[in-house]
Design a binder for this molecule. Sequence first.
Ligand SMILES: [Mn+2]
Length: 324
Amino acid sequence: MTYEKLSVYLQECTAFEDPLLVTGHPAPDTDAAVSSLFEAWRLTLSGTPAVPVLQGKLSRETAWLLGDVSFPTVQKESGKWVLTDHHDAAAYEGDVVAIIDHHPVADGENLAEIDACIRPVGAATTLVAQRIRESGISLDAACARILLGAVLLDTEGLSPYKAKAEDSETAGWLTALCGEEPMPLYHALKEQLLSESDPTVLYERDWRSYSAPDGTPVMSFAILKVKQGNRPDLAAVRRRLAQDAAAYSAAVAKVVLYAPDDSREEIYLAAGSAADAVLTEVMARSGPSAQRTAPDEVFLPSDCHHWGRKRYALWLMEKLRKKG
Ligand SMILES: [Mn+2]
């Protein structure tokens, strides 16, 4: 795998006949984009023609990381799917053949018949990089750097809260291949990510939805990451939440305010019939300095427990489904 060959592959793959379609989730962050791109290419190199499909817009930091290459513009809409960084198979009408993901499987989810690799690592890209490594495919420095960047962003710079031993091990392998130190690369990516300020772009950039096994929409959950001095217009965020609350029992937005030393404060906003249940859960999970600053708002100073969305999704879906 060389950067030059990646560019050729991305041009040629649009002409593949009946390829597997490999996609991250509909709000593609760097992990979703990079894991789908490299898994599609890896499958192709292993003899199974596959095309990466980007749902949604390429984020600023992902575009920066990819440099001159990007996703193919011809996008297929029907065929057999491989999902990376998510496993919402129901959304693809039973046409999912394989999954590579690191999000926990909820009770009642049925993934039988699917070749699913779902493991609790910090980044889906770690699992894809492991497959590349195990298959003996060589990686040039530029490709290793792209994979490393995705692992760093999804693990918040290999933070002990997010990264597992496999992520650190894989990042070490990629670092040796690309010769770039992880922390400067992480900070450069973070700088790209945090320079976005449009509340609508921020809201949609890292938005997820959660449904009951029967398909009923239950919760939407957006994460807006910004610099501490750069708070987005919360009124605009509330308007966007109100739209989601028409379709979901709870619409949740977490605004993460990063300080220069990488510590963070968080603001949770919630709308919908289950908004209060959500904020009560956040208050209970975050420790004594959590503050209910408005009926629809909780503020978490930097010394609180800052749980990730994966954990909250498990806790809240259980709670909201029991309620419903
Ligand atoms: Mn991920």
